[in-house]
Write a protein that binds this ligand. Structure first.
Ligand code: ADP
Ligand code: MG
Length: 389
């Protein structure tokens, strides 16, 4: 689960990581009020969405007076912000964070993540902060240092000095760094984070280190242990179809193509995606109905797949192991009949009760296209989708 920058900054404060003073606002008038309460002579208005790269997309703006703060807020609020980290539709801006503007001397990159390879938490730091860290990693990997933390020993003082040296910090800033590193480390462990990123961490003109941006991801599987974190969820930032699928215990992922795919099991889903691609097509989504499915769940699954307006054909690829093929067939028929489906549906069933399932599809008179194997199913789905398109 992701949270907003302002929520990350509130957590940073609790864990002793310094951030600029600021507050959130849900309307332009309140944004101006926040600026007045903060005082000072310059503020930054920041659109709150679950994506980065807002700066380049007009989601981070400097204001010199309260009127300008209100103007920027009015421009951002109620719209969708598209950045290169969102899809083409962007994400809705329901609130802005107004904070004091900092006089920036240096921008650094600092993050803490779980490195599965070394099985440790890993600090990643770079003096080339503020920009696209993926580009730094690709073009100048020597500018990034990685410091793994041994779980038994915990974060050591010398590691703080290593990170400070890599960032090229002066003495005064080096003294401030341990509080930031320890805060990140403690926050990561106590709230079951999967990543904490500060980009940029800045040195101000008057020598202070501040987290100017904050991004935190949490391990979904641990959310039940942290109701305070779970409460930070903002469903408006999530794919509505993926959220709806979760309600029905279905795993749904939006992709970019035009073939809707209904499968069971992650492995079969991957194989199905590969086959569709191999045959020259592109999946619009994939929906994993899971192991213990029933007729109603299959029907919901169908509705979700088709709610994606881009779907030109549906490919069903189910292995009846725990769930039986005739149950799947009944669900498909109920959905197709209910929804007066006009686009082609290719069905490949295999496993328990496959004969009954296929006979039900064949005798339905609903014009479904059965396939004998995955190869043929993918080929047919791609061909029929092209014909419809
Ligand atoms: P994003 O990563 O989504 O683009 P950031 O919060 O990192 O958003 O802001 C982008 C850039 O805007 C920062 O690298 C920094 O240069 C500038 N910026 C952000 N907040 C402030 C601030 N409070 N004062 C001055 N500059 C800021
Ligand atoms: Mg940033």
């Amino acid at each position: 689960m992701n949270i907003h920058e302002y929520q990350a900054k509130q957590l940073f404060t609790v864990y002793g990581v310094p951030v600029p003073k600021g507050d959130i606002a849900e309307c332009a008038a309140n944004a101006a009020k926040v600026a007045e309460q903060l005082g000072g002579d310059a503020w930054v208005v920041k659109a709150q969405i679950h994506a980065g790269a807002r700066g380049k997309a007009g989601g981070v703006k400097l204001a010199r007076d309260a009127r300008e703060v209100a103007e920027h807020a009015a421009e951002m609020l109620g719209k969708r912000l598209v950045t290169h980290q969102t899809d083409a539709f962007g994400l809705p801006v329901n609130c802005v964070w107004v904070e004091e503007a900092s006089a920036i001397k240096n921008e650094f990159y600092l993050s803490l993540l779980l490195d599965r390879e070394s099985e440790r938490l890993l600090f990643v730091a770079s003096a080339a902060g503020g920009m696209d860290i993926e580009a730094v990693a690709a073009e100048t990997p020597e500018k990034i240092v990685r410091i793994p933390v041994h779980p038994a020993a915990g974060l050591q003082a010398y590691q703080g000095r290593q990170i400070g040296a890599a960032l090229g910090l002066g003495k005064e800033q080096q003294v401030q760094l341990p509080a930031i590193l320890n805060g990140m480390y403690e926050l990561f462990l106590s709230k079951d984070c999967s990543q904490i990123e500060i980009n940029p961490l800045i040195e101000t003109e008057d020598g202070k280190l501040l987290a100017l941006d904050g991004k935190i991801n949490f391990d979904d599987n641990a959310l039940a242990l942290h109701p305070d974190i779970a409460a930070l969820r903002d469903a408006s930032q999530e794919d509505p179809k993926e959220a709806e699928a979760k309600q029905f215990d279905l795993n749904y992922i939006t992709l970019g193509g035009n073939i809707g795919c209904m499968v069971n099991g992650a492995g079969l889903a991957m194989a199905t995606m590969d086959m569709v691609k191999l045959k020259g097509g592109a999946p619009a989504n994939f929906l994993d109905v899971g192991g213990g499915t029933n007729k109603d769940k299959v029907k919901e699954a169908f509705k979700l797949i088709l709610s994606d307006g881009t779907v030109k054909a549906v490919l069903v690829n189910i292995f009846g192991g725990i769930v039986k093929c005739d149950v799947i067939a009944a669900g498909i028929l109920a959905a197709v009949e209910d929804m007066h489906l006009t686009i082609p549906v290719v069905v490949r069933l295999e496993g328990t009760n496959v004969e009954q399932g296929l006979a039900m599809l064949k005798n339905s008179g609903l014009g479904l296209t059965p396939a004998e194997d995955l190869n043929q199913a993918a080929e047919l789905a791609v061909k029929l989708a092209q014909e419809v398109a």
